[in-house]
Design a protein around this ligand. Structure first.
Ligand code: SF4
Ligand code: F3S
Length: 107
């Protein structure tokens, strides 16, 4: 069981989540982060930190976000670890209310 980063993170990537993770299990892609499901200890600290509510427990994901379980699992093996907060993309705020953006995910 693990927490999962979902569609809302795409092109927002605020990284507030990274700051609180006690086991540094976030991984950074070109325009979103994912959580490594084997490293996440289910502490739940990151969930309230995300300004766009992109993080949820895998048991509580909306139906249309279930594919992000696999996306987190796969990309966590390919992308580099991120353990420090960094600046969000300059246009992050323009994307924070956009819900349908999975086609923009860059792997
Ligand atoms: Fe890290 Fe805890 Fe969030 Fe898992 S639930 S990603 S361990 S902060
Ligand atoms: Fe993404 Fe939210 Fe973290 S936008 S980078 S999951 S704070």
């Amino acid at each position: 069981m693990a927490y999962v980063v979902t569609e809302s993170c795409i092109r927002c990537k605020y990284t507030d989540c990274v700051d609180v993770c006690p086991v540094d299990c976030f991984y950074e892609g070109p325009n979103m982060l994912v959580i490594h499901p084997d490293e996440c200890i289910d502490c739940g600290l990151c969930e309230p930190e995300c300004p766009v509510k992109a993080i949820a427990h895998e048991d509580e994901l909306p139906q249309d976000q279930l594919d992000f379980i696999q996306i987190n699992e796969e990309m966590a093996e390919r992308w580099p670890n991120i353990y420090e907060v960094k600046d969000a993309p300059p246009d992050a705020d323009e994307w924070k209310n956009v819900t349908a953006k999975r086609h923009l995910l860059e792997k």
